[in-house]
Design a protein around this ligand. Sequence first.
Ligand SMILES: [Cu+2]
Length: 108
Amino acid sequence: MRTLLTTLIGVVAATGFLLAAEAPAETTTITVEGLHCPVCAKSLSTKLKAVKSVKAAEVNLETKTAKVTPAPAEKVSPKALWETVVKAGYKPTKLTGPSGTFTKTPGA
Ligand SMILES: [Cu+2]
């Protein structure tokens, strides 16, 4: 019985982890113009990581996109992300996240 219980807990934990790992709905993707080298990409990802409630930010130079992951149970402001990209000296052209898709500065 004890073994069965341990197994069940293990299965639940594994499933929970899988669900958490496969939750792309919370991720925000920003298409950015003006990134031309790895230094740009690194600098932008550092700035995006500093935005409130951001857990991780990855900038891909080849696809010219920034992928932003929020901290668990938190929501990142699309406006704050958009403005961070602009302040960093780049041009966001599209932002897609849990609040919708934007092609200009989001309202909030
Ligand atoms: Cu550069």
